[in-house]
Design a protein around this ligand. Structure first.
Ligand SMILES: [Zn+2]
Ligand SMILES: [Zn+2]
Length: 434
C-alpha cells in the first residue's frame, strides 16, 4: 500500500513509547521551575512576524532563512514562533506586568519552528523549555538562572555536561570590541563564508556564531571581549563568577561565546553535553537588558535561558539515562466466551471508576493471546472472565509478576477499592493510602 499522506519533512510523530520520555522530562522541568519560583506562561504558536524581526534581528539566519512566515487571509504577515523569548516579553508588556514593578519570573514549554535542512537532531518543529526573569540587573539573578538551568539538567538525570560562560559587555563597551573585531574580520575576510562577509560590516559579532568551518578556524584568533569590558561589566562578570564558585557550580570561561544582537548584554552562557558530537549545545541563555525596550516597553533589565527538549533527550539517551516506561495499566480484563463477554464491559468500567487503570482486548481471542497483550501493556493483574467460573459467581485473577492465579468472588474484585488493605491489586501502590 502506497501511503497517501506522510508527516511534513523535519517533523516527528512522538509515539506512545517515546511520549513517556517526554512526559518524564516535562514533569521534571516543571518541578524545578516552580521550585525556583517561575510560573508558566503559554503564548500562541503564531505571532506577527515583525515581533521576531525586531527581537531576533533581521540579519540572523533564524529570521532571514529559517522562519516560517506567511500572509494570513487578512493580509497580515505572521510567523510560527522560531524561539520563545520574544513572545514571552511581548506578553509581559501586553498584560502590564511591567506596571506591577518588581521581578517577574516566567517559564514555558513550547514547540518552535525553523525551516532547517533536515538532518540528524534537527527538526523543523522542535521543542524548547525556557525561563525568563524580567526586572532586575543584579548579578545574583544571572546566577539564579544558571543554577536553574544546571538543576534541570542534573535532575533529569544528566551528568556529562558543562557550563560555558562569557560576558558580552554593554552599550558602553561593546562599540570598541565591535570595532576591533571588524578590523580582525576585514583582515581575514578571504577565509570567511559569503554570509559572514556580507554581514560583517553590519554586525561582526555574528561571525563568532557562524558554524562554517572556515569562519570558525579564522575566528579562533579573534580578539576577546574580556579585554574590552568596561569597569561595570567587569565587576558584574566577576560577581557572577564568584557566586558560581560559592554555589559550587563549575564553569569554564569561553571568551568567544557571544550572542550577536545589540540587546544582549553582559552574561552569556551555554550548556554543552559531552555525548553529542559537534552540535553539542543542549541549552543556553544570558542577559538581554535591551530587549524589553526594543519591543516598546520601558528600559528593563532581564535575562533568560532556553533548552532543547530533543537535544536533552538525545543527551539522556547518550548517557543511558532514559527512564524505563511506566506501567500503563494495572489490570487487564480478558474473556474467553459469551458469558464472559457479557460482563466484560461492566467489570472494566467498574474497575476504572474505582481508580484502577484497566484495559481489555475487545475481541474474542485465545487466552494466550490476551495474556500477551496484558504483558505488553505492563498489566500486573489479569482478570479472566469465563462462563464456568461466572456461574459460581467467581472470576480468575492472575498475578502476572508472580505467575500465580486464584479464583476470587466477582463481588470482591469490584469492591476492592473500598477495601484497599486486603487488595490483591498492587499493595505497594495502595498501602497506607487511607
Ligand atoms: Zn560595559
Ligand atoms: Zn561564516
Amino acid at each position: 500500500m502506497a501511503l497517501r499522506f506522510r508527516r511534513p519533512r523535519g517533523t516527528e510523530d512522538i509515539l506512545p513509547e517515546r511520549a513517556g520520555h517526554w512526559q518524564f522530562l516535562e514533569a521534571r522541568i516543571r518541578n524545578v521551575m516552580s521550585r525556583f519560583g517561575y510560573r508558566e506562561v503559554r503564548t500562541p504558536i503564531l505571532e506577527e512576524a515583525e515581533l521576531f524581526v525586531r527581537s531576533v534581528g533581521e540579519d540572523t539566519d533564524i529570521v532571514s532563512k529559517e522562519m516560517y512566515t506567511f500572509q494570513d487571509r487578512g493580509g497580515r504577515w505572521m510567523a510560527l514562533k522560531p524561539e520563545g523569548t520574544a513572545p514571552v516579553v511581548r506578553a509581559y508588556l501586553e498584560h502590564g506586568f511591567h506596571r506591577q514593578g518588581g521581578l517577574v519570573k516566567l517559564y514555558y514549554l513550547s514547540p518552535i519552528f525553523r525551516y532547517e535542512k533536515p538532518q540528524a537532531g534537527r527538526y523543523r518543529q522542535s521543542h524548547q523549555f525556557g525561563a525568563e526573569a524580567i526586572g532586575s540587573g543584579e548579578p545574583a539573578l544571572d546566577v539564579e538562572v544558571i543554577d536553574l538551568a544546571m538543576s534541570i539538567y542534573r535532575e533529569v538525570g544528566l551528568s556529562n555536561f558543562a557550563l560555558l560562560l562569557n560576558s558580552v559587555g554593554c552599550h558602553k563597551c561593546r562599540p570598541a570590541y565591535r570595532e576591533a573585531l571588524l578590523r580582525f574580520a576585514r583582515a581575514g575576510q578571504d577565509q570567511l563564508c559569503e554570509d559572514c562577509r556580507r554581514r560583517m560590516e553590519v554586525n561582526p559579532l555574528r561571525i563568532l556564531d557562524c558554524k562554517e568551518k572556515g569562519c570558525r578556524r579564522t575566528m579562533v584568533k579573534a580578539p576577546v571581549f574580556s579585554d574590552y569590558l568596561c569597569p561595570d561589566c567587569r565587576a558584574h562578570f566577576e560577581e557572577v563568577q564568584g557566586s558560581l564558585r560559592d554555589l559550587g557550580i563549575p564553569y569554564r570561561v569561553e571568551p568567544r561565546l557571544v550572542r550577536g544582537l545589540d540587546y544582549y548584554t553582559r552574561t552569556a552562557f551555554e550548556v554543552v553535553h559531552g555525548g553529542l558530537g559537534a552540535q553539542n549545545a543542549i541549552g543556553g541563555g544570558g542577559r538581554y537588558d535591551g530587549l524589553v525596550e526594543e519591543l516598546g516597553g520601558p528600559s528593563t533589565p532581564a535575562l533568560g535561558f532556553a533548552g532543547g527538549m530533543e537535544r536533552t533527550l538525545m543527551a539522556l539517551e547518550a548517557e543511558g539515562r532514559l527512564p524505563e516506561r511506566d506501567e500503563q495499566v494495572e489490570a487487564f480484563v480478558a474473556y474467553t466466551d459469551d458469558p464472559g463477554k457479557e460482563v466484560f464491559p461492566k467489570v472494566l468500567s467498574q474497575l476504572r471508576r474505582a481508580g484502577v487503570g484497566a484495559d481489555g482486548a475487545y475481541t474474542v481471542q485465545s487466552l494466550k493471546a490476551q495474556l500477551r497483550q496484558a504483558n505488553r501493556k505492563g498489566a500486573r493483574y489479569v482478570v479472566i472472565l469465563g462462563g464456568e467460573e461466572l456461574r459460581r459467581g467467581k472470576v480468575v485473577v492472575r498475578d502476572m509478576r508472580r505467575s500465580e492465579q486464584e479464583e476470587v468472588p466477582l463481588e470482591e474484585v469490584l469492591g476492592f477499592m473500598s477495601n484497599k488493605d486486603r487488595s490483591v491489586w498492587g499493595p505497594q501502590k495502595y498501602k497506607g493510602g487511607r
